[in-house]
Structures are given as C-alpha cells and as structure tokens.
Write a new protein. Structure first.
Length: 239
C-alpha cells in the first residue's frame, strides 16, 4: 500500500460526496479514442489537467426521466453501496455532467415529452429532444479521495461504448472543460493528467480486455493511512 500524508491533529476529514465520471469510448479505423477535456485553471480541484467528463451527483438526478434502466451488473454493484434510487441518480449524473461539460448527448429521441424538470441542465437536455438511455452504460471502477484532501469524492467510473451515430454528435468546450477532443490511448500518455486519471485509464484497459466483465470493480481508497487497491463489492465477505 502507498503511504499518504499523516492527518493533522484535531482536523476532521470532510465527508466524501457522491460523484460520477464517465469514459466515452469510440472507434475510428479500428483505433480506440476517448473524449477528454482540460479542466480550467480556475478550478481548485485538479486544475489544468485532462479529465473525463464528470462531477457530483445532484438532487435533480434523482428525478430525471430515462428511457430505460441501468443494466443488472451496474445496478447490483452500485446497490451494494447505496439505495436503488441513489444508484439510478449516480448513472444519470454521468449523463448530465457529460452534457454540461461537453454538450454531447447520451440518449435517444423521445416520442412523448418527459415531465418538466426544474434543473437548467436537464431542461436544456430535454429541449434538444432527447431522453437519457442507461442500459449500455457500464461500471468499471470506484475511487474515494483520501481524507487529507480538503475536497473529497466517492467517485464511480462508468464507460459508454458509443455507436457511430452517437460518437459523431457535436461537442464543444465549456466553462468546465476546454481543449475537448477525442484522444487515442497513445495520445493520452502525452497529456497532462492526474495520477488518479492515469490509474483509472490502466484499469479501463484491463476492463476492456474482458469478454465477460466480473461482478466486481477496481476500488481505490485510503485504509489506515495508506492507499489500498481492492475490489468492490468484496465477495469474500459474503462467501
């Protein structure tokens, strides 16, 4: 296990907030590409580095409509840590954050207009004529920010393998992400990325090699002052 800074006496570690991030994957001429963007320098959390779209799960995600449900593997893993409603919101947050940060829509055209949402992002999403689709969103990792950080997140890492039509939809920069684009794994190695992002890219490549993904995911967290890498859920506790 990798050591982390010792806690400051008397300091209470902030609670890790639930967050979602998503890897958007496409293929061009047999080469895999991932959509990434550079975080603005004004951010106090991971500024000026390239990241996947993502962010905190918001209350509005609990009420956002969708055309379908998350697949059974994704649901079962998430629900080992949270309620079914919270698990659904976690997947939907990845869709919303993708739209907020890149304008790329993960969803299908709707036949019947969804119920109105008070959230500006979801309102805009629906105004485009789309409703989220969740069934093809996979889950491959989880990472909890160590307690010595001032901002902490319990982040779940999703994967969407985009078909040609979805992968060709327009995207653009935002206040959150700039220099957004599709990058190969080789190109990503040349970008400025955080160590956590590098770790999850390595885990993604392992995950992509599976014919049948396992019923658990990679899990990074701090345990007794050191980084710990394990699997979630821990099936050994239930066997």
């Amino acid at each position: 296990m990798i050591p982390i800074p010792k806690p400051i006496p008397g300091r209470v570690a902030p609670r890790a907030k639930l967050a979602s991030t998503i890897v958007l994957l496409r293929e061009r001429d047999g080469v895999r590409q991932i959509l990434m963007g550079k975080r603005s320098a004004r951010h106090d959390f991971m500024p000026s580095v390239y990241v996947f779209p993502g962010g905190r799960v918001d209350r509005c995600d609990s009420y956002a409509p969708a055309l379908d449900h998350a697949n059974s593997r994704t649901r079962e893993i998430l629900e080992a840590a949270m309620t079914p409603a919270r698990a659904r919101a976690c997947v939907l947050a990845a869709v919303r954050e993708t739209y907020e940060e890149t304008s790329l829509i993960l969803g299908n055209k709707f036949d019947d207009k969804p119920n109105a949402s008070n959230d500006p992002s979801w309102k805009s999403f629906h105004k485009e004529g789309y409703v989220p689709t969740l069934a093809n969103i996979e889950l491959f990792g989880r990472a909890i920010t160590p307690p010595h950080r001032d901002k902490r997140f319990d982040t779940w890492f999703f994967l969407a393998r985009l078909n040609q039509e979805t992968a060709s939809r327009p995207f653009k920069n935002s206040a959150e992400l700039i220099d957004t684009g599709w990058f190969t794994f080789a190109q990503i190695k040349t970008l400025k990325t955080h160590r956590a992002t590098q770790m999850m890219i390595a885990q993604l490549q392992t995950y992509l090699a599976y014919d049948n993904p396992p019923s658990d995911i990679f899990f990074s967290r701090a345990v007794r002052g050191k980084f710990s890498f394990s699997r979630f859920p821990d099936h050994s506790k239930t066997s």
